[in-house]
Design a protein around this ligand. Structure first.
Ligand code: SF4
Length: 416
C-alpha cells in the first residue's frame, strides 16, 4: 500500500492539470465495482472552482523533461515519488469503497522513457479493469512521444484520454517545453480521432474511449492572444472532435526568466471558457468571437462584446427571428431561445411573456423588439452599462457560484 507521504507528493503534483472533468462515458458494469454509465461522475469543486471528483494522481512526479512552467520539471528541487501500478489500483479501490471518489484521473511525469512511463500507466488501467474489476470512470493522460500501440492499448480500457497542448503555438512550445513537439501532441490526437471515425464507419462497438479526448492550454505563460487561443480551440474541435478544451490560467509556481512574474488572472480564463461555450453550442466562429490579435474584452462576456460590435444587426423581432439569431442576443441563452420558439407556435410574445420565461430583459431589451415595440436604449453608454453590470464585481476574483443570480446560473449552465 502506498504510504501517506508519497500519496501527498503525487496528488499535490497533479493539481495543476485541469483537463480532468468527466462526462459522456457509457462504460457498463460487468459484475465488478463502480459504473460510469448511468449517472456519469459526480463532480465536486475546490474553492477556486476546479474539479476534484476523481482521484487525481501522478504515477510519478520524477520528470526528465524541462517544461519551464511546471513544478515537476527536472531541475526543480522538490520531493519526488513514484507509485507502482498495484499501489494505484489498491488506492482507487479503497477510496471508491469508502465513497471518496467516483473514478481516477491518472497522469504522470516522464520519469524514464515516454514508452516506459506509458507502459506502467497502461498496466495500471488494465489491472484496474481486469484484476480489480473496477468499472468506474478512468481518464488517462497520454504521454507525448510514446508509441502509438500504447495509446491504442490504453484507449480500450479508459473512458477518456487527453494529450495536453499546454502552449498555444509551436514557437512557445519550443521555448518553454523544449522536449515536447507539436507533432508529439497533435499526432496522438489525430490518431484517436481517426480510430474513432473508423470504428463509427465500420460499426465497431468496442469501447474505444467512450468519453472521447480533451486537452488543456495554459493561458498567459506565453504571448499568444485570446484570438490565437480561440482559433486553435476551434481547429482542435473541428479536426480532432475533441470533447473539451480546458484553459488553465498561468500561475507562477517556479521562477524562470522566460516566464511572466504574475499570473494571467482567472477572469481571462473565465472569458475563454465563455468563448469556448459560444464555439461549441451557440454557432459562433472564432473570427466572430475574437478579432485577430486581440484578447477578449474584460468588461463584457464575449457574446455581449460581439453584439456591441454588431449593433447594425439589432434590434431583432423576437416573434420572427430564427433560433441562430436569438442565440446571439445578450440575455437569451439556449433554454431561453428554445422556450421562445416553442411559445411562438401558440401566439405572439410580448415583454411580459419574455419575463415569465426568465429572459434577462435588463440585457435583452436593448437588442429586441416585441411586436415592433422597443424598450431598450439607443444610447451606447446605457447599453454598455447594462451589459457590464453583472460582471463588474468579479473582475479580479474567482467567480463565485452564488455572487449574483445571473453569474451563478451562467457558471452552472454555461448560458449567457
Ligand atoms: S513533461 Fe513537462 S509538464 Fe509534464 S511533468 Fe514533466 S516537466 Fe511537467
Amino acid at each position: 500500500m502506498i504510504d501517506a507521504e508519497r500519496l501527498r507528493i503525487l496528488t499535490e503534483s497533479a493539481k495543476y492539470d485541469v483537463s480532468c472533468s468527466s462526462s459522456g462515458s457509457a462504460r457498463q458494469n460487468k459484475g465488478g465495482l463502480g459504473n460510469a454509465a448511468p449517472a456519469g461522475i459526480c463532480h465536486s469543486f475546490t474553492p477556486d472552482g476546479r474539479c476534484i471528483s476523481l482521484l487525481k494522481i501522478l504515477m510519478s512526479n520524477n520528470c526528465r523533461y524541462q517544461c519551464k512552467y511546471c513544478v515537476n520539471r527536472a531541475d526543480n528541487d522538490i520531493p519526488r515519488a513514484t507509485a507502482t501500478p498495484d499501489e494505484i489500483c489498491e488506492l482507487v479501490m479503497h477510496f471508491y469503497k469508502r465513497n471518496y471518489i467516483e473514478g481516477l484521473f491518472l497522469s504522470s511525469a516522464v520519469f524514464d522513457t515516454p514508452d516506459k512511463t506509458m507502459e506502467l500507466m497502461c498496466e495500471t488501467v488494465i489491472k484496474l479493469r481486469e484484476v480489480y474489476h473496477f468499472f468506474g470512470y478512468i481518464h488517462m493522460k497520454g504521454i507525448p512521444h510514446a508509441d502509438k500501440l500504447l495509446l491504442e492499448r490504453a484507449a480500450k480500457y479508459v473512458d477518456r484520454m487527453s494529450y495536453n497542448i499546454e502552449l498555444p503555438s509551436e514557437k512557445s512550445l519550443q521555448l518553454l517545453a523544449p522536449q515536447k513537439t507539436k507533432e508529439s501532441l497533435l499526432l496522438p490526437m489525430k490518431e484517436i480521432a481517426l480510430q474513432k471515425l473508423d470504428r463509427k464507419e465500420n460499426k465497431i462497438h468496442d469501447r474505444f474511449l467512450p468519453a472521447g479526448q480533451t486537452t488543456q492550454m495554459i493561458v498567459g505563460a506565453s504571448p499568444e492572444t485570446d484570438a490565437d487561443i480561440v482559433r486553435l480551440s476551434e481547429s482542435l474541435y473541428r479536426k480532432f472532435g475533441l470533447k473539451r478544451v480546458y484553459y488553465s490560467s498561468y500561475m507562477p509556481v517556479v521562477h524562470d526568466s522566460l516566464l511572466p512574474d504574475t499570473g494571467a488572472g482567472l477572469l481571462r480564463e473565465h472569458r475563454l471558457y465563455q468563448a469556448d461555450w459560444l464555439l461549441r453550442f451557440y454557432g459562433f466562429t472564432a473570427d466572430e468571437i475574437a478579432p485577430v490579435g486581440r484578447n477578449l474584452e474584460e468588461a463584457y462576456d464575449p457574446k455581449c462584446a460581439w453584439a456591441m460590435r454588431n449593433m447594425q444587426l439589432f434590434p431583432l423581432e423576437v416573434n420572427t427571428a430564427p433560433q441562430e439569431m436569438l442565440l446571439r442576443v445578450p440575455g437569451i441563452g439556449m433554454r431561453g431561445a428554445q422556450k421562445i420558439l416553442q411559445a411562438r407556435r401558440h401566439g405572439k410574445l410580448d415583454f411580459a411573456a419574455l419575463a415569465r420565461m426568465r429572459i434577462v430583459l435588463k440585457r435583452a431589451r436593448h437588442f429586441i423588439t416585441c411586436n415592433g415595440k422597443f424598450y431598450g436604449s439607443e444610447k451606447q453608454e446605457t447599453v454598455t452599462a447594462a451589459l457590464a453590470l453583472s460582471d463588474s464585481e468579479n473582475r479580479n476574483t474567482q467567480l463565485s457560484f452564488f455572487s449574483t443570480p445571473n453569474t451563478a446560473l451562467s457558471v452552472l449552465t454555461g448560458e449567457f
